[in-house]
Design a protein around this ligand. Sequence first.
Ligand code: NAI
Length: 687
Amino acid sequence: MPTHYLSEHDVAVLEIDNPPVNALSLEVRTGLIAGLERAAGDAAVKAVVIAGAGGSFPAGADINEIASGAAFQPPILLDVIARLESLGKPTVAAIEGLALGGGFELALACHARIAAPAARVGLPEVKLGLIPGSGGTQRFTRLAGPQAALEAITSGEQLSAARALTLGLIDAIAAEAPRAAIDCARRLAAEGAPPPASERAQKITGVDPQLFARWRAAHERKFRGQLAPWRIVDAIEAACTRGREEAFQLERQYYLQCRESPQRKALMHVFHAERAARRIPDVGGEVEPLPIRRAGVVGAGTMGAGIAICFASAGIPVTLLDVSPAALESARARIRELYGQSVERGKLTRGQADAAFERISTASRYEALGEVDIAIEAVFEDPALKREVFEKLDRSTPPHAILASNTSTLDIDGLAAATGRPQQVVGTHFFSPAHVMKLMENVRGAASSPRTLLTVMALARRLGKIPVLAGNCDGFIGNRMLQYYGAEAERLLEEGATPEQVDDVIEAFGFAMGPLAMRDLAGNDVGWAIRRNRALPPDERWSPILQRMAEQGRLGRKSGHGFYRYEGGKRRHNPEALALIEAVSRELRVERRSIGEEEILARLLHPLVNEGAKILAEGIASRPGDIDVVYVHGYGFPPYKGGPMYWAEQDGLEKVIATMERLAPSHGMRWRPAPRLIEAAGRGRWS
Ligand code: NAI
């Protein structure tokens, strides 16, 4: 039985036992109701403790039940909670490990909650396009107030036990949480029969009436186009402004609305795709990953410093090596500052931040890497320099060590050839800022061994990243596709669009930033430098716009102007940029015209999808979902639209074909619809 009934004299302990995370499956819910009935019928039982076996409270609903999108089979969690509330005996949740989603809703419905010091709680439903539907938004708000509820539930973040205690979400922290919960239950029973929970806190008072209007205005941009975050705000507002019954019913109504939405379906797709991406189709479970006890990072620039933070925060000692003492010094200062910010934001305690910082040592000589299990190279994007670094790494690291490159485009096999251990060479492409961005695009070289691949996939998870394995080609999955998107943005400018029009369409679609604002952020000199080294087929051309921008010192944010002007960090229309664009149109004898939003969207996103189809056909990506994960976690594609491949499948693959057929004559044969796309469109699905 997934729920055990354990008797502690006058306290009944209902222990949920459904490994690995004690998900609230149908059997668990049935078991809980049976346990509550038994406790209700036993006069000797004065109170009930709900706990999880194996060191965790339920970490949520059964994902397969959510995935189906259908109604849960009764008894549903609401039934369990209703039985709990009508019990007439005090109930206490003993929280160890994780109490998330429905698990935390169950705990919130108890009279008290005792958590172990390392426990984490939260309502992450928003990440799957849902809102808590069993009173979670209501009880959280009643306990912690609307401001904390808005922040925690719309972000879906996990809260530490210490934070939960400060917010009033739990009653105490105890090393032996189940034991302390039993004591607490006994105490509550001795204090007399508690009122049923439904009688407690009828309504929240003293809430600033402007709070919700202010909050909505401040988050308008962040949650634009999304359903679940706004429904969460509505539910929390209801908790503060409506009667208890009505507010609980509204929450349920909003939950059902979210459950039916295409956004939930898309987010569920991403959830499954992330899990599927961890598996390498032709590498089985017979090999074990190499244990990583110590790491080295070569190049202490933007990426190297961020990668070092990833290791240190995951508890792995790391040596950061750079030829430039100044680079090492500034990396240390930056890392210290970032850890300081984590402490200020309550993400880490001072002790945790100091311990992590101390795991990072710096070095200027390769001998310092004599004990590493993996070295990640993050020097300038220069093939000759990188080869030289790989030769040195091959000589200075232990023979078993894996040598990885953070290159965003370069040939992994070329680097492997510079070493005597090509089977241990692999790409580990992090995204900027490396300590924040979730994606790790690992790149398989021709000789990369199964063990090497499994090691970097496992390492990604240890670093808190989401791994995808890509094949070795120019730009791998992400940047190979991106070049079409970037190139097309400029062609749209040549034909008559303004930077604002292009970016607005993409931002309204759900990306945080449009392609031209992105160019300004990365630096137009950087963009041009990358492009300059790229070969094009003879029937293609680059728009001259980017090159002109770079040559005229219109570098973007760092020079104060590029596609936009920047004033106090805000982007503004730049008439000079428009003049430059119009001059290019004239030179190219392109008659400028007004371009509709639909055309802009199709011309930016459909080439991504078409290239994605080629990437699939070539085996650079193993599954369409892998490409979606790369775009969602590395390139800002809105997760609630599922990623480019999923989105195109939902929207109609034949539309992608139509766009590509239209573009190929003017853009070159490489833009023709890919055979894999045509085949998928015939089926209406990628597979
Ligand atoms: P960066 O210019 O900030 O840092 C490069 C560092 O390498 C400098 O500190 C330099 O002193 C050091 N270096 C140069 N030669 C060295 C050598 N022989 N030995 C040791 N250190 C040496 O560069 P960034 O942006 O961090 O990029 C590094 C790599 O990461 C590149 O391959 C780049 O393509 C890739 N990448 C960059 C991303 C970004 O957004 N900046 C994103 C993803 C990958």
